[in-house]
Design a protein around this ligand. Structure first.
Ligand SMILES: [Zn+2]
Length: 93
């Protein structure tokens, strides 16, 4: 339960190499746009999967895609921040 409750918590420094994960206040604001792109990509992938496998009605598309995007949001949250940090955080490796 502890890991589920703490999915949104980010270390302020890397526990291994002490790299700064919070270069400035509000640094991860832009990661929201990457997270949105992930959500759109997941939604499109789920739509294609449903279309190819089941050809369901439009309500099923809506419910499955909404549930899928919500369930994958912790993943999107984490990886959008990772990409943002790599691209704009000044960490070279
Ligand atoms: Zn590190």
């Amino acid at each position: 339960m502890k890991t589920i409750a703490r999915w949104g918590v980010t270390h302020s420094v890397c526990p291994v190499c002490q790299a700064n994960f919070e270069p400035e206040p509000g640094f991860y604001f832009g990661a929201m746009f990457i997270s949105y792109a992930f959500s759109v990509a997941w939604g499109a992938a789920l739509w294609v999967l449903l279309y190819v496998l089941f050809r369901p009605d439009s309500n099923t598309y809506t419910m499955v895609i909404a549930a899928g995007v919500v369930l994958l949001s912790p993943w999107s949250f984490r990886y959008s921040r990772v990409l943002w940090l790599y691209w704009f955080g000044g960490i070279s490796r």
